[in-house]
Design a protein around this ligand. Structure first.
Ligand code: FES
Length: 153
């Protein structure tokens, strides 16, 4: 663990030490610090809050907001909702996978991209659509994908 991160975690734990109901806020704070929940951090939280490790894992895996693996700097969300599906969302997803070389739910080894297919992004008029972090890219064709992803270094 990097020292600054360790100190930040220590502060969070000091605030909640011994309080069992604090598991979710502590996990949220730890994830804000590390970007995900490393195994040793979960072990530490279990010890400090006196919550069994199995319970800590149970909560961390139950909620979609928690991530047990490192994530990329850029999260690519390819919409596979109905409107996007009808207009070729699957082909967009396929092209993204070819360009970045990882499957759904995975992160590139250089931690540049994480790929997450999602249901409707709420902009069906722009379908098919993908988001890269907060940026929407609509009316996509597979040929546009490499150029768009090139912008995110
Ligand atoms: S189905 Fe893709 S934005 Fe709605």
């Amino acid at each position: 663990m990097v020292v600054a991160e360790e100190q930040a975690l220590e502060q969070v734990l000091a605030q909640y030490r011994g309080s069992r109901g604090a598991l979710i806020p502590v996990l949220q704070a730890a994830q804000d610090i590390y970007g995900y929940l490393p195994r040793e951090v979960l072990r530490r939280i279990s010890l400090e809050l006196k919550v069994p490790l199995s319970k800590v894992y149970g909560v961390a895996t139950f909620y979609a907001q928690f991530h047990l693996k490192p994530r990329g700097r850029y999260i690519i969300r390819v919409c596979l909702g109905t409107a996007c599906h009808v207009r070729g969302g699957e082909k967009i997803l396929q092209r993204v996978k070819e360009v970045i070389g990882v499957a759904e739910g995975e992160t590139t080894p250089d931690l540049r991209f994480t790929l997450e297919p999602v249901a409707c992004l709420g902009a069906c008029g722009l379908s098919p659509i993908m988001m890269v972090n907060d940026h929407a890219h609509g009316r996509l064709t597979p040929d546009l994908v490499p150029k768009i992803l090139d912008q995110y270094q």
